[in-house]
Design a binder for this molecule. Structure first.
Ligand code: AMP
Length: 217
C-alpha cells in the first residue's frame, strides 16, 4: 500500500501516519522529521535546509526529492509506504512518479487529503508538543500527555517546535496555499484523491481513514 498524506501543517497527517504505518507494517517517511534530524546532526543536507525551515519556507525541491528517493529504495519500504509532508510542490509530485518508475517500484496508489481550516491549523500548531525521542505528537489542550512534558509512548521529553510559533505558522500556511494546494487538483484529476475531514478528533479521523482504506487496499 503506497499512500500520500496531503494537507496543511497541523492537519494531523503525522499523528495518523505513525499509527497506521506501524499497524500495517509499512514505512512512514516524513520529510519534516528527516530534515529536522539532518539539522540536529549538522549534515550537509541539514545545513542547506535550516534557514528555509526556520523561516517556515519550503526547502528546495532537489534536496527533498533526493531524501525521498533514497528512503523509498530502502528494503524496509518494500512492503509499502506513507509519505507524510511530501510531495509539497508539483515538481516534487512529478519527480516522485519519475523516481518510482526509474527504480521499478509501484507508484502512489492513494492520496488522503486532510482538509482543515486555517483557524484550526493555528490553534493545533500553537498547542502542539513533540517528543524529542520518538517524534510522537501531543496537544496541551486536545491531546495532553498523562504527565506534563513527558511522552506517553516512550517517556521522552516533549518540546515545542520553533516553527510552531505564530509568525512562522503564518509563513507555512502561505507556502501551503501557494505551492502545495495545487496538488489537490493534480491528484484529484488522476482519480487518486480521497477527502478526509481532518478537523475532527484523532479517533474519528482514524475511523474515517479506515473506511477509505477498507476499499480494497
Ligand atoms: P513538516 O514537519 O512536514 O511541517 O515540515 C517542516 C518543514 O520542513 C517545512 O516547513 C519545510 O521547511 C520543510 N519541509 C518538509 N517537507 C518538505 C517538502 N516536501 N518540501 C519542501 N520543504 C519541506
Amino acid at each position: 500500500m503506497n499512500l500520500v498524506f496531503l494537507g496543511p501543517p497541523g492537519a494531523g497527517k503525522g499523528t495518523q501516519a505513525v499509527d497506521i504505518a506501524k499497524e500495517r507494517g509499512i514505512c512512514h517517511i516524513s520529510t519534516g522529521d528527516i530534515l529536522r534530524k539532518a539539522v540536529r546532526d549538522g549534515t550537509p543536507t541539514g545545513l542547506k535546509a535550516k534557514a528555509f525551515m526556520d523561516a517556515g519556507e519550503l526547502v528546495p525541491d532537489d534536496v527533498v526529492v533526493d531524501i525521498v528517493t533514497d528512503a523509498l529504495a530502502a528494503p524496509d519500504c518494500a512492503s509499502g509506504w506513507i509519505l507524510d509532508g511530501f510531495p509539497r510542490t508539483l515538481p516534487q509530485a512529478r519527480a516522485l512518479d519519475a523516481g518510482t518508475s526509474r527504480l521499478g517500484l509501484p507508484g502512489v496508489q492513494l492520496v488522503l487529503f486532510f482538509n482543515v481550516p486555517d483557524d484550526v491549523v493555528v490553534s493545533r500548531l500553537s498547542g502542539r508538543r513533540m517528543c524529542r525521542a520518538c517524534g510522537a505528537s501531543f496537544h496541551i489542550d486536545f491531546m495532553p500527555p498523562a504527565a506534563e512534558g513527558v511522552c506517553d509512548k516512550c517517556g521522552g521529553q516533549l518540546y515545542q517546535r520553533d516553527d510552531d510559533r505564530p509568525d512562522t505558522v503564518r509563513n507555512r500556511l502561505a507556502a501551503y496555499r501557494k505551492d502545495t494546494e495545487p496538488l489537490v487538483s493534480f491528484y484529484r484529476d488522476k482519480g487518486l484523491l480521497r477527502d478526509v475531514k481532518g478537523d475532527a478528533g484523532p479517533g474519528d479521523v482514524r475511523r474515517f481513514i479506515d473506511d477509505i482504506l477498507g476499499e480494497g487496499l
